[in-house]
Each structure stands twice: as C-alpha cells, then as structure tokens.
Design a protein around this ligand. Structure first.
Ligand code: NAD
Length: 258
C-alpha cells in the first residue's frame, strides 16, 4: 500500500524538494503553502505525472489551527490516513531584539513551532494505532546554536527540537519515529531575502553578501542543496531508520561541528 505524506510549506524550497523526493519513493503527497494558484496547479500535476502518484494541494495557513485541521481532514479524506508528516513551513525575520516587532515574533512562533504541535496532535494517534508513522520536523542549525538578530526564529527552532524529542519518547514503542533535520544555509526564497537585505545594508553585491557573510559560519563554504535535505527525509521514512528517533540531525556543512 502507498504511504501518504503531508508536507507543510511545500510549494517552494526545501519542502518542495521533500515532496518531489517522497513522490519519487511512491508516496501520495499533500502539498501545502502559498504562491500563484496556476503555478501550484502545474506543480501538482507535474509531480503526480512524473511519479505516478496522487498529489493534492491545501492552501491552509498553518498559523491557523482550524485551517490545519481542514488540511489534515482533506488529506485523510483523499488518502485514508496520514503516514508521514513533515513540518516544514517556516518564515524568518531579522532584527535585534529591541527592534523586533512583536507581531513578527508571534507569527514566527505560530508558523515555525506551534503549527507542528497542532499537526502532530491530530495525526499521531492514528499513526500509533496503525503501528507505523514518521514525523519529520525541519528545524535548522539555528535549532542547535544561536546567532544575533534572529531571536524568534532561533527560539522557535530550539523549541521544535524539544517537541521532537518529547513526541519521540511518547511514541517510542509504537513504530512511530519523530526526528528533526537541522539544515545549514540553503539558497531558497527565505535566504535570498536575507542576502538581498544584507547586500543593501552593507553596500556590497549579493554574491559578496552570500559568500562573505551568509556562508561564513558554514565550513563547506557552499550552500546546502535542497535535495541533500530531502534525501535525509526519505531515509528517515525507510524501515531501516526505525531506530532513529528523537534525533536532531544536522545537514549543515559542518556549521555545528565548530
Ligand atoms: P521557502 O520560503 O522557500 O519555503 C517556505 C514554505 O513555507 C513556502 O512553501 C511557503 O509558502 C510556506 N509557508 C510560509 N508561511 C506559511 C503559512 N503560514 N502556512 C503555510 N505555508 C507557509 O523557505 P525554505 O528555506 O525552503 O524553508 C523551509 C523550512 O526550512 C523552514 O522551516 C525554514 O526555517 C527551514 N530552514 C531553511 C534553511 C535555509 O537556509 N533555507 C535553513 C534551515 C532551515
């Protein structure tokens, strides 16, 4: 029987690469996230036809618990059950704590952390009952170490590791695993925005900002590829990964080895 995967924030970047890779493994996919509806519909159709799986799309805003409920109901209605849950949707805002807008703090905590509580609490019971399930939280190197000017993001991502560990322990004897993947810098829309802002404030080119500032903490001195993150997510869904649970797994080019 096909596994069914829900991937939040999968209309671009890391989430999209995970959706593609999981479809490549024969899973049915529930896509989620924002973007141009025609582009998303094209994406949905292409992933389905490339991999011969079913793909549905939910426009749920994961900062809204009732919309999360709707997305998971749609997915269960389409595919019967959720076997794999990837909490990936995320946003960033960069500012010192004294200038950090409280509404940005609330939005980042809601999307990057609280959403994973609402999704997990709804699907974990069914996974445990069926004796198989995978929860994968896309955290960050910033779930393991701090950096200036990213208080909300870093607090949320550290919190996501705590949630992952707790769910892993609660589910430990049930065939359900919960893990966090901690990527270093990946050149997605989320990072592109930071590169552009840095270039502007520092009066340098975007390529200089990327090379000299963004990649400075990443010893491999290149961006991590979305496919490199997705490959680990696919491994975590395999039966041979059944003993990997409660882990925070860096894919960070050596960042947190320092
Ligand atoms: P991205 O901006 O390309 O993707 C973010 C996705 O989340 C998009 O599909 C967007 O539509 C969706 N999204 C945003 N707000 C949402 C909401 N309220 N409801 C539903 N969907 C929403 O960025 P990305 O880099 O691919 O980020 C994906 C995850 O990876 C995030 O959790 C991010 O924190 C994490 N991450 C990224 C990097 C990096 O360097 N890019 C590093 C570590 C961790």
């Amino acid at each position: 029987m096909r596994r069914n995967a829900v991937i939040t924030g999968s209309t671009s970047g890391i989430g999209l690469a995970i959706a593609e890779a999981m479809a490549g493994e024969g899973m049915n996919i529930t896509l989620n996230g924002f973007g141009d509806r025609d582009n998303i519909e094209q994406l949905r159709g292409r992933i389905a036809s490339d991999h011969g799986v079913q793909v549905i799309y939910s426009a749920a805003d994961v900062s809204k618990p009732d919309q999360i409920k709707g997305m998971l109901s749609e997915s269960e209605h389409a595919f019967g059950q959720v076997d794999v849950l990837v909490n990936n949707a995320g946003i960033q805002h960069v500012a010192s704590i004294e200038e950090f807008p409280p509404e940005k703090w609330d939005a980042i905590l809601a999307i990057n952390l609280t959403a994973a509580f609402h999704t997990t609490r709804q699907v974990i019971g069914g996974m445990k009952q069926r004796g198989w399930g995978r929860m994968i939280n896309i955290a960050s190197a910033h779930a393991l170490v701090g950096s200036p000017n990213k208080s909300a993001y870093i607090a949320a991502k550290h919190g996501l590791i705590g949630l992952t560990r707790t769910v892993a322990l609660e589910a430990a004897t049930s065939g359900v695993t919960a893990n966090a993947i901690c990527p270093g810098y990946v050149r997605t829309a989320l990072v592109e925005q930071q590169i552009q802002e840095l270039a502007k404030t520092e009066g340098i080119t975007e390529e200089e900002a990327a090379r000299d500032i963004v990649l400075e903490p990443q010893p491999i001195r290149r961006f991590v590829e979305t496919e490199e993150v997705a490959a680990l997510a696919v491994f975590l869904c395999s039966d041979t990964a059944a003993a990997v649970t409660g882990a925070a797994l860096p894919v960070d080019g050596g960042w947190t080895a320092q």
